[in-house]
Design a protein around this ligand. Structure first.
Ligand SMILES: NC(=O)c1ccc[n+]([C@@H]2O[C@H](COP(=O)([O-])OP(=O)(O)OC[C@H]3O[C@@H](n4cnc5c(N)ncnc54)[C@H](OP(=O)(O)O)[C@@H]3O)[C@@H](O)[C@H]2O)c1
Length: 246
């Protein structure tokens, strides 16, 4: 039995169990299972490892992507640089933390760029934002982080005027604004400054088309939701686990 799963809280709306169940069925991996392990506190993690000795890998989601790090034996250099872990491999009781949101975002962004390096606005400064910023730095793309706090970003929302939007053709939403069930919310931007030269990327994947993307689309911008990134990060996690289970 190869046991995999997800830790976080709450987990009721997670996409991962179905994704991996379908994958295991498709690939004939009858001895693989992927379960939800909702932890009331990150300190319950060592207890989970003890009580579930067949565990070979875990995904990590909100709110434990950062707080899990001190509880792991090894942190991969990319996860250390990002400052967040969303994937853990467990080999002979030894835990290693990785960040596959980086792989997910990198593979999503590459086909959009056509070799160009557009200036970017990154909306939000949380865990996903850190993975996005890591990739933008890697690609040499200049960016500004928009945050509710001056301490966490390069600019606050009240400074977002049409001239800023005009010089940033790539806008990436890493906030949960617009995510189901709050589908009528969207980042507060001067949308009138958005046009065909813009590309709007939303990390939110539910709904498929957020209000942010709709506002961009009706002004001629190219748009992309978070679904491709979600699949790419899950596949990157799978590649990590597969190395230790085959
Ligand atoms: N597609 C994918 O594969 C993928 C992967 C990871 C995450 N996501 C999605 O990305 C979103 C963020 O996830 P996360 O893990 O980064 O969450 P997070 O760590 O909670 O960060 C979200 C950030 O958004 C900003 N924010 C939150 N509420 C806001 C509000 N009401 N108004 C303005 N800004 C607000 C905050 O930045 P400031 O405090 O700086 O304002 C916050 O740090 C979620 O919807 C998640 O589902 C998608």
């Amino acid at each position: 039995m190869v046991h995999l799963g997800l830790i976080g809280k709450p987990l009721s709306h997670s996409f991962s169990p179905r994704y991996f169940a379908e994958k295991f069925a498709r690939e004939g991996l009858a001895d693989h299972r992927y379960d939800l392990f909702e932890l009331a506190d990150v300190a319950d993690f060592p207890g989970l490892l003890k009580s579930t000795p067949a565990l070979r890998g875990l995904n990590v989601t909100i709110p434990y992507k950062r707080s899990i790090m001190p509880l792991l034996d090894v942190i991969d250099p990319v996860a250390a640089a990002v400052g967040a872990v969303n994937t853990i491999s467990i080999e002979d009781g030894r835990t290693t933390g990785y960040n596959t949101d980086v792989d997910g975002f990198r593979s999503t962004l590459a086909p959009l760029l056509n070799g160009l390096k557009p200036r970017a606005l990154v909306l939000g400064s949380g865990g996903a934002s850190r993975a996005v910023v890591f990739v933008l730095r890697e690609l040499g793309i200049k960016f500004r982080i928009v945050s509710r706090s001056r301490d966490r970003g390069d600019m606050t929302w009240d400074l977002m005027d049409p001239s800023v939007v005009n010089v940033c053709p790539l806008i990436i939403n890493t906030t949960p604004l617009g995510m189901s069930p709050d589908v009528h919310q969207c980042p507060v931007l001067p949308y009138e400054a958005i046009g065909p030269k813009h590309c709007l990327v939303d990390l939110v994947y539910n709904p498929e088309k957020t209000l942010f993307l709709k506002e961009g689309e009706r002004r001629g911008a190219r748009t992309l939701n978070g679904l491709a990134m979600l699949h790419a990060q899950a596949e990157a996690s799978w590649r990590i686990w597969r190395k230790s289970v085959t």
